[in-house]
Ligand binder design. Structure first.
Ligand code: NDP
Ligand code: BG6
Length: 517
């Protein structure tokens, strides 16, 4: 099939697809996607499966795309293919609909090049392979597109970016481009992040750099702007006059599981709170952007971050689960928190006085991520509703995407009494048969389309590190000690006490039962 025909077919498909957008894949030039760190955990579990899903849904031009894996491990093309094969079909709603023919065709698109991250030899070999592919597709000179995905530890970003710049750039005079995707954690504190940004900034222009935070690719995170700015309901309510507190929560019911070495160096604040939860906070708290242009949205996010007050020691609770240091890759005397509750206060007209409670923990009693907006008590409450609990609006990012409003209604029956109930939009029930794409699929597609809306801009990153660096340095110096908690628990009890002090009122006796399909 000619590329033009493919494109028409793809456009037709787009209309029914959950990716449906105004932007489309540019129609010229062959596309090379290079996964650096191809032998690693992220590459096999997330990057290659996301590429596979894009491929099988025809978002990658089949005749013009080629995928390259690069890492130090000496393996053949087939060995890499065998390593990733089983992961390709493990995503949500994928296994039943995948044809083994698709898997084989996709795997044949992948070539592997082995080389080091700090010498030119391997990158020259990589460039030769990519150029060979570009020649074979007869792309016009200057029109080819190269996407470098750094699925690597941040320690090697500087040398890898330099090698790409020195050895692997293509000319872009006919619409071609070279882009790089960098994973979090981007730096370890304000200074190291700024150094890294300066280094990469000398090699690439900002529009070429995609700092990925996969939470920005999640369905309900992407829904936040629509929810807030396309619904009259929320406009008058979304402020300090009505909202008592906001919680943004990440819980995992497993520990560091083989990533102890990495995790111990970073801890829960750098791993989850400074990036994933803070990005969500920005979307909850920002003002309406002038338009949906990426720069307009990111301008508003930066303003929120710049309005955050310094964190107070008494508004932080740190925890470490018992047994964490039994991991052989974790030092016995580790001070690294695996749990943290941190209250952020936004000093602006909309949010003054409203605590934003960010909470994240590993080895807890459940796995979920949610935003919980709790409203103030009803003034002059003739029904004594307070006993029933406050209104809450909950957006559950995962698992089982949903949003629901907890509200007080009359208890059905003869008596006039009240009860807490909910208005419920559970995605599994409302959108039956719709597969929600993995965050990485959307974000990789965005990088191909050149849409930076869901990526972190340099000044955003700087402002995010400014908020957390003093706290992190205190922990690194051993001044703040994490409290022990039992694996499978809610975390340290002090965290619940902090929540209460911040004004969160727990509704007792109310249990939300997710609808069954
Ligand atoms: P890995 O530890 O699996 O590393 C990826 C590859 O990098 C390895 O296969 C190895 O390849 C190479 N590598 C490992 N350590 C070093 C080192 N010290 N120096 C040079 N090369 C090294 O990492 P992940 O795949 O788990 O993560 C990659 C990036 O993605 C990280 O920045 C991580 O924080 C981020 N990330 C990971 C997630 C996950 O679920 N795993 C989720 C979100 C982000 P070889 O030896 O063959 O060269
Ligand atoms: C990653 C963290 O960024 O996000 C991991 O490094 C964490 O520690 C993961 O497990 C959680 O992602 P998700 O999409 O499963 O919530």
């Amino acid at each position: 099939m000619a590329y033009g025909e493919w494109s028409i077919e793809k456009r037709a498909g787009l209309r029914n697809d959950s990716f449906s957008r105004d932007t489309e894949v540019p129609e010229t030039g062959c596309l090379s996607i290079i996964v650096l760190g191809a032998s690693g955990d992220l590459a096999k579990k997330k990057t290659f499966p996301a590429l596979f899903n894009l491929y099988r849904q025809k978002f990658l031009p089949p005749t013009e795309v080629h995928i390259f894996g690069y890492a130090r491990t000496k393996i053949s093309d087939d060995e890499l293919r065998n390593r990733i094969r089983e992961y390709l079909t493990q995503g949500k709603g994928v296994s039943s609909s995948v044809h083994s023919e698709d898997v084989s065709k996709f795997l044949q698109l992948i070539k592997y090049v082995s080389g080091s991250y700090d010498t030119e030899e391997g990158f020259r070999a990589l460039d030769k392979e990519i150029s060979g592919h570009e020649l074979s597709t007869n792309s016009a000179e200057g029109s080819s597109r190269r996407l470098f995905y750094l699925a690597l530890p941040p320690s090697v970003y500087p040398s890898v970016c330099k090698m790409i710049r020195n050895c692997c750039m293509n000319s872009s005079d006919r619409g071609g481009w070279t882009r790089i995707v960098v994973e979090k954690p981007f730096g370890k504190d304000l200074d190291s992040a700024e150094q890294l940004s300066t280094h990469i900034g000398k090699l690439f222009e900002e529009p070429q750099i995609y700092r990925i935070d996969h939470y920005l690719g999640k369905e309900l995170v992407q829904n936040l702007l629509v929810l807030r700015f396309a619904n009259r309901f929320f406009m008058p309510l979304w402020n300090r006059d009505n909202i008592a507190n906001v919680q943004i929560v990440f819980r995992e019911d497993f520990g560091t599981e083989g990533r102890g070495g990495y995790f111990d160096e970073y801890g829960i604040i750098r791993d989850i709170i400074q990036n994933h939860l803070l990005q969500v906070l920005c979307l909850v708290a920002m003002e309406k952007p002038v338009s949906l242009k990426p720069e307009h949205i990111r301008d508003e996010k930066v303003k929120v971050l710049q309005s955050v007050n310094p964190i107070k020691d008494e508004e932080v609770v740190l925890g470490q689960y018992e047994g964490y240091t039994e991991d052989p890759t974790v030092p016995d005397n580790s001070n690294t928190p695996t749990f943290a509750t941190v209250i952020l206060r936004i000093h602006n007209e909309r949010w003054e006085g409203v605590p934003f409670i960010l909470k994240a923990g590993k080895a807890l009693n459940s796995r979920k991520a949610e935003i919980r907006i709790q409203f103030k008590d009803v003034p002059g409450d003739i029904f004594k509703c307070k006993k029933q609990g406050r209104n809450e609006f909950v957006i559950r990012l995962q698992p089982l995407e949903a949003m629901y409003m907890k509200l007080t209604v009359k208890q059905p029956g003869l008596e006039m009494s009240t009860v807490q109930s909910e208005l419920d939009l559970s995605y599994g029930q409302r959108y039956q048969g719709v597969t929600i794409p993995e965050a990485y699929e959307r974000l990789i597609l965005d990088t191909i389309r050149g849409d930076q809306q869901h990526f972190v801009r340099r000044d955003e990153l700087k402002a995010a590190w400014e908020i957390f660096t003093p706290l992190l340095h205190g922990i690194d110096r051993g001044e703040s000690k994490p409290k022990p908690y039992k694996p499978g628990s809610r975390g340290p009890t002090e965290a619940d006490e902090l929540l209460e002090r911040a004004g969160y009122v727990q509704t007792h006796g109310y249990i939300w039962i997710p609808p069954t399909l």
